[in-house]
Design a protein around this ligand. Structure first.
Ligand code: GDU
Length: 342
């Protein structure tokens, strides 16, 4: 089986590509390398360019007429950046996705898997959500994902293209073989901040302890990126089963089913790290929500998939990835980051 992965040089896309290779599936990577890493494409079929570039998409299909499905991961993902630059975010995530979809339709694509986000949900009082929970995106980033899902649903109704949206909770860790991982060693996400505290000796800042959770800190559903990648391969293999009752589009949540607070995450990190880190309670980040974790029944039923790796596995692999990162990957060129938009 051959699969086109947009954003296949990013954190999730490259992990999915690695998992595909290990499963006997050939990934064809399309990435403009604005945030993706060329190093993650080494030895893989790779097209450098934009998802909105119709000629390029036509060329990919001409070169690979046996593409069975498309996994669309390419997107900008930083929530605060999306608040400051809604035009750029809607252009990258919505307008370009619409262009990409039209080029895929033109080339006869019938199966799409879309990287969506748990951030589209409004969580209930017990912090759990499932696929029937209210969609109430709070940032341009989250709204761009919800809009894309709506666009895909409309397109699926009247074209041969069926769409499966996978709503990710919080990925962490790296490919256990350390071929791919986060593009930067210290991401802005919480695990990046824990690693930064570990490496620099500065205290980790717990962003708020006044949320209505069991210990006051934010709660999330942390999912090993290798489990997340496995879910994509399950989705490729069980695509028809994932569309119950002849549905043309559906959504599935990908999480572990377990909520972890920041205090609990910190304790787990200190179990894994050889030197424990210190912490301070800081104010919450602007716009931060208490958080949510997912019920996992639909993913189990439709994909036959459940997360298998533990939080400890994820933190250990994140630390291992950070340790090899400096020797493997040079700093990205800041001029390139500034000058281009995916
Ligand atoms: O230095 C930090 C950073 C984070 N946190 C806490 O850690 C938890 C997780 O924060 P993350 O930033 O790792 O994750 P979020 O769920 O808040 O947001 C993540 O998921 C979003 C989509 O749901 C976007 O992808 C976003 O870029 C990504 O950071 C939150 O409770 C946050 O308050 C801290 O305590 N200290």
């Amino acid at each position: 089986m051959k699969v086109l992965i947009s954003g296949g040089a990013g954190y999730i896309g490259s992990s999915v590509a690695s998992y595909c290779l290990d499963s006997g599936i050939t990934p064809v990577v399309l990435d403009n390398l604005v945030t993706g890493r060329r190093e993650f494409t080494t030895g893989r079929i790779f097209y450098e360019g934009d998802i909105a570039d119709g000629e390029l998409v036509d060329r990919i299909y001409a070169d690979h007429p046996d593409i069975h499905a498309v996994i669309h991961c390419a997107a900008l993902i930083v929530v605060p950046d999306s608040v400051n630059d809604p035009v750029g975010y809607y252009r990258s995530n919505v307008t370009k996705t619409l262009e990409f979809l039209s080029h895929l339709l033109h080339n006869g694509c019938e199966r799409l898997i879309f990287s969506s986000s748990a951030s589209v949900y409004r969580a209930g009082d017990d912090f759990t959500v499932d696929e029937e929970s209210t969609v109430d995106p709070k940032s341009p980033y989250a709204r761009s994902k919800a809009i894309c899902e709506d666009i895909m649903r409309d397109i699926s109704t009247v074209t041969p293209l069926r769409t499966l949206s996978l709503r990710y909770f919080n990925p962490l860790g790296a490919d256990p073989q350390l071929r791919t991982g986060t593009q930067l060693p210290r991401t802005r996400q919480v695990v990046g901040k824990l690693i930064e505290a570990y490496e620099t000796g500065s205290p980790f800042r717990i962003a708020g302890d006044g949320f209505p959770t069991r210990d006051g800190s934010g709660i999330r559903d942390y999912l090993h990126v290798w489990d997340l990648a496995a879910a994509h391969v399950a989705a490729l293999r069980h695509y028809d089963r994932a569309m119950p009752s002849g549905a043309r589009s559906t959504v599935i949540n990908l999480g572990t089913g377990t909520g972890t607070t920041v205090f609990e995450l910190l304790a787990a990190f200190n179990q894994v790290a050889d030197t424990p880190i210190t912490s301070v309670v800081a104010p919450p980040r602007p716009g931060d929500a208490p958080g949510a974790f997912t019920r996992t029944d639909r993913a189990a039923r439709l994909l036959g998939w459940r997360a298998e790796r533990t939080l400890t596995d994820g933190l250990r692999d994140a630390l291992a990835w950070a340790a090899v990162w400096d020797e493997r990957l040079p700093e990205p060129d800041p001029a390139r980051l500034r000058s281009s938009t995916p």
